[in-house]
Design a protein around this ligand. Structure first.
Ligand code: CTP
Length: 402
């Protein structure tokens, strides 16, 4: 990245201090940083800190005679490979969406011909306000890239989406943006991912579920989004945060999962990682079962729809690439290959769940089984398996037209 240049606009929010750490990370990677500090931004961090870390002059005034004499604001807006706004406040976002140009930051955003990446940060209500929603949509349509926001506790004491993502995450998004389209081979593609367990109710308070953590599916959804795909993640109940840039639809039962998947079509790729319950209770009890009522209840089960098989047989709507997962305890390859044929999918990612640390753990040792070959991947962290699989999906899809 040496020789690459970022124009960093620091907006006025409590998270502005994170822009200092971001500047440090960029400089460490050899990226030149030229900061613009808004008036509001200067209420939170000083030009001196920013300038020292950036090893460059900090710009702030639109009507500064010296700045204009050294480098005009139009030239400034074109002087970088990428314009980054971090934190991107509701005010800066609104100005950019409406093409206002009343100060140096907004003028730069209007005048630039370079890609723009925004890392929003604001109070949850401001983030969810219809005006901000509209502005974000406008900017997305204009081609502005976004990273975040995160969800969590805020400096203002509220909780929800609106936190600035951590500097290393913004840094990675900047690296991707600087690498250009090659880093986003799945741009313009839609990926559908299922993850987690399903929950099949018995009565209003009880149900049948399994121990799937959802980790592998969530990692895959995140990895696909990082390669530029629009990702719909249909998730059973799990305790995991939504990966950045992923649209998540929460469901409970297998039938809800199937309906959400069908509603999400068309998709270019479907990755079915969920541990779907094979069976559900035939008739769910309308009221809580009482133990006094004559011994244990007799539960009758009926088979759930097979989501993977249904989507693999969805005719013209069928994703070009349909991928299933298989957790096996013995004869892994033979069982997985039989599953590939039975379910009509293109690849099966098979893993031996008797391997210590796989079920519910952080690692996975998988086989990628396609119709004509088997690849044995070395044991690796679930995140790394997800990245490798996303790359393989990108290779496969880019070999075929969108
Ligand atoms: N799957 C699905 N819908 C179901 C059951 C499974 O989409 N109702 C998907 C899973 O997400 C996974 C693959 O099918 O991608 C493997 O599921 P598995 O439960 O192992 O398949 P079964 O046909 O139930 O095989 P087994 O005999 O091993 O239980």
């Amino acid at each position: 990245m040496t020789g690459k240049r970022v124009l960093l606009i620091v907006g006025g929010g409590i998270a502005a201090y994170k822009a200092l750490e971001l500047t440090r990370l960029l400089r460490k990677a050899g990226v030149a940083v030229r900061p613009i500090l808004t008036k509001a931004g200067a209420e939170f961090v000083t030009a001196l800190s920013l300038s020292a870390l950036a090893e460059d002059k900090v710009y702030g005034e639109l009507f500064s005679l010296t700045d204009e004499a050294e480098m005009g604001h139009i030239e400034l807006s074109r002087s970088a490979d990428l314009v980054v706004v971090a934190p991107a406040t509701a005010d800066l976002i609104a100005k950019a969406a409406h093409g206002l140009a009343g100060d140096l930051a907004s003028t730069t955003l209007l005048a630039t011909d370079k890609p723009v990446l925004m890392a929003p940060a604001m109070n949850v209500r401001m983030w969810l306000h219809p005006a901000t929603r509209r502005n974000i949509e406008t900017l997305k349509t204009d081609g502005v890239l976004f990273v975040g926001p995160d969800e969590g506790a805020m400096a203002c004491g509220e909780f929800g989406p609106g936190r600035l993502v951590e500097p290393p995450v913004i840094f990675e998004a900047i690296m991707d943006a600087l690498r250009g389209p090659a880093a986003r081979p799945l741009a313009g593609r839609h990926a559908l991912v299922t993850a987690g367990p399903t929950f099949e109710p018995i009565d209003p308070v009880r149900g049948i579920t399994n121990r799937s953590s959802g980790r592998q599916g969530y990692a895959i959804a995140g990895a696909l989004a990082r390669l530029g795909a629009r990702v719909t993640l249909v998730s059973g109940p799990v305790a995991l945060p939504t990966p950045l840039g992923v649209d998540r639809i929460d469901v409970e039962t297998a039938r809800e999962m199937l309906a959400a998947c069908q509603a999400a079509l068309p998709a270019d790729v479907g990755v079915f990682v969920a541990a779907v319950a094979d069976w559900r209770i035939d008739e769910v009890f309308g009221a809580k079962l009482k133990k006094e009522k004559g011994g244990p209840p007799a539960l009758t089960f009926v088979e759930n729809p097979d989501i993977l098989a249904a989507l693999a047989a969805s005719g013209p709507q069928r994703p070009k690439l349909v991928i299933g997962f298989a957790a096996e305890t013995n004869d892994v390859e033979a069982h997985a290959r039989a599953k590939l044929a039975r379910k009509g999918c293109d690849w099966i990612i098979a893993n031996d769940v008797t391997e210590p640390g796989v079920m519910g753990g952080d690692e996975n040792a998988v086989l990628l089984i396609s119709r004509d070959k088997t690849e044995r991947w070395t044991r690796a962290a679930k995140d790394s398996v997800a990245r490798d699989l996303a790359q393989r999906i990108a290779q496969d899809l880019t070999a075929s037209p969108s």
